[in-house]
Design a binder for this molecule. Structure first.
Ligand code: ACO
Length: 432
């Protein structure tokens, strides 16, 4: 929430003590009370489960205003980037918070194209895992395993971090595609350097060594858009995880591997898979849209309207708005129809006119419509969250790099309010 004029300090009365805490204002007018001296001055800590009121860092990468439904990467509105940019350019933008010059873009495109191959020994890792394993687990393992191939001792330099960043951006599509090929028992497809980022990913996913695979340009363009929209989202669960792991000095691959695991959860990136499964269950007549909505509103039912609600957006997620239109565009260009889109529209219409959702300000988030496009591109449902992870990669890496060069960064170590037993004496087992 932004405030036009913020006071320079905040006064806190605590018992008979009054303390003054500095106030900081971000470049978009966001106001934060700097509580770093709170415990030293009062002995008290703050209590904020889920950290909804806690700023853990300063950042120049992404701005979002959840009340207004605004999202910008380094100042550039997501709507403009979605229309005019490419995923590779957005990667650079996030990493440098500047758009690249033509020569920088050309060099960077070359770099993320020529680091796509995996070490041959890494294939054995995929082959050693059960085919039925979820590909997010496989990808987290493979990304973590990269640190065994690019091992470093001690602190790393900016140059080393940059090389690792390029490696990870380049290799993630290969890792993702290998995780899929392994699951269906097909040979791994080597990357092709004559293809763009999204086209190469589709080639590795759907090509086979027996014939030339022609990438459908509509598919490649739609995928590029999806990747742009997922590229960063400031301090969400997986990004904070990447920063937290990195705060201990762990390397980039280890930190990002943890981010992949955090993204997997159904309340975060895993929601895109859950949404499509929810839509399919309605399509297949297991429940009507109305029945589903009633359950989602019932406390204790364990059902939520997946793809709806967001910790920060209390308005339409701008990415969902772009994706809703993209569903029409992509299905139209492919000459395809999908009843799941009609079901999604029906659910949205019910929700947006229902007092439960209105009062709680629950709107579609990025995951609500993305699955319909992934499905139109032929991406298997199990792989949806993996594609989210490919998109989020530049965000994780940029945030990790920013943390490494942040003079105020400290190891992440929250406190707690202990509510357990006070001191007691140990009794042997036969005396308890
Ligand atoms: N369906 C039904 N009710 C919901 C939903 C939903 N999707 N989301 C929130 N609510 C309700 C909660 O039950 C709660 O109601 P109450 O005040 O009566 O107790 C209220 O709205 C506030 O919800 P919280 O869970 O406290 O909100 P929080 O900010 O902690 O959670 C979250 C946000 C996890 C995204 C939640 O809205 C949710 O579970 N949505 C469905 C999963 C989803 O789509 N996740 C993807 C998010 S985007 C992303 O991570 C890429």
């Amino acid at each position: 929430m932004t405030q036009p004029t913020a006071p320079k300090t905040a006064k806190l009365t605590f018992g008979d003590q009054e303390i003054e805490l500095p106030v900081m204002v971000g470049s978009e007018g966001e106001v934060a009370i700097d509580i770093r001296q709170l415990r030293a001055k009062t002995g008290a800590i703050t209590y904020d489960p889920g950290l909804g009121n806690t700023g853990a860092c300063q950042s120049k990468i992404t701005f979002l205003d959840g009340e207004k439904g605004v999202l910008r990467y380094a100042g550039y509105p997501i709507e403009e980037l979605a229309k005019k940019s490419s995923f590779v350019e957005v990667m650079w933008l996030l990493l440098h918070q500047q758009l690249p010059s033509a020569s920088q873009l050309s060099q960077f495109t070359h770099d993320v194209t020529y680091h796509t191959m995996l070490h041959e020994d890494l294939k054995a890792l995929f082959q050693s895992l059960p085919k039925v394993g979820h590909p997010m687990a496989v990808c987290a393992a493979a990304v973590g395993a990269l640190s065994t191939f690019y091992r470093k001792e001690g602190p790393t330099t900016r140059e080393q971090n940059w090389i690792d960043a390029v490696r990870l951006l380049a290799k993630m599509p290969t890792i993702a595609a290998y995780s899929y090929k392994h699951s269906i028992g097909q040979p791994f497809m080597y990357p092709r350097n004559d293809l763009g980022y999204a086209s190469n990913l589709l080639h590795m996913m759907f090509g086979n060594p027996c014939e030339q695979f022609e990438v459908n340009p509509v598919h490649a363009k739609a995928l590029d858009l999806l990747l742009i929209l997922h590229a960063d989202h400031e301090q969400n669960c997986s990004t904070s995880t990447v920063r937290t792991v990195g705060s201990s000095g762990a390397n980039l691959f280890a930190s990002v591997s943890a981010g992949i695991s955090a993204l997997w959860g159904p309340l975060h990136g895993g929601a895109n898979q859950e949404v499509i499964e929810m839509l399919m269950s309605i399509r297949d007549g297991k429940r009507s849209a109305r029945e589903f909505m009633d359950l989602a509103k019932t406390k204790g039912s364990g059902v939520r309207l997946m793809g709806f609600g967001h910790r920060v957006y209390k308005n339409y997620d701008p990415r969902a708005l772009i994706l809703k239109q993209a569903c029409y565009d992509v299905l139209g260009q492919l000459g395809a129809k999908d009843p799941l889109l009609d079901i999604a529209l029906e659910l949205e219409q019910i929700a947006l006119s229902d007092s439960y959702f209105i009062e709680r300000k629950l709107y579609p988030n990025v995951d609500f419509y993305s699955g319909i496009i992934y499905k139109a591109l032929g991406i298997p449902v199990d792989m949806f969250t993996v594609f989210f992870a490919i998109g989020r990669m530049p965000g994780w890496i940029s945030q990790w790099l920013e943390y490494q060069s942040d003079a105020e960064a400290r190891i992440t170590r929250p406190r707690q309010v202990y509510m357990g037993s006070t001191t007691r004496s140990y009794a042997p087992a036969d005396k308890r």
